[in-house]
Design a protein around this ligand. Structure first.
Ligand code: CO
Length: 134
């Protein structure tokens, strides 16, 4: 069912500092910051040869990463995103197997303009998993 690793998302308290760490210290190619008001985050993309790292900073009062940063004030790995060919088939398979899909269970349009779902960390080895239809 799983395809490529699309990205790993890391929540950071300070996006400018996070971008500097990846660009200057680690020598990676880092995009300019982008605000995603619909998703409550500001993001930079770190381009690697085989995948991307997304650094996420909270945007607005109801940011979905705010509680995570309250618990992890220096930042931390927030989720991993795997590609699937058919997100509805993937969801139906997982729900039938008893796994929990977050929210109302219907795919939403993610930060790349493609349908995504988030899966409950307790059902996936303690990791928040995002599925994105490739
Ligand atoms: Co993501």
């Amino acid at each position: 069912m799983l395809g490529r690793l699309n990205h790993i998302a890391i929540a950071v308290p300070d996006l400018k500092r996070g971008a500097e760490i990846y660009a200057s210290l680690l020598g990676a190619k880092v995009s300019s910051p982008q605000s995603e008001p619909d998703h409550g985050v500001r993001v930079v993309f770190v381009e690697l040869l085989n995948t991307k790292i997304e650094l996420l900073e909270p945007l607005g009062e109801n940011s979905p990463i705010k509680a995570f940063l309250d618990k992890n004030p220096v930042g931390g790995m927030h989720h991993v995103c795997y590609e699937v060919a058919d997100i509805m088939a993937a969801r139906d398979h997982l729900v039938a197997a008893g796994a929990r899909v977050l929210g109302d269970g219907d795919p939403k349009i993610g930060t790349h303009g493609k349908p995504v779902l988030f899966l409950h960390p307790k059902d996936f080895c303690g990791t928040l998993v995002e599925l994105e239809q490739a």
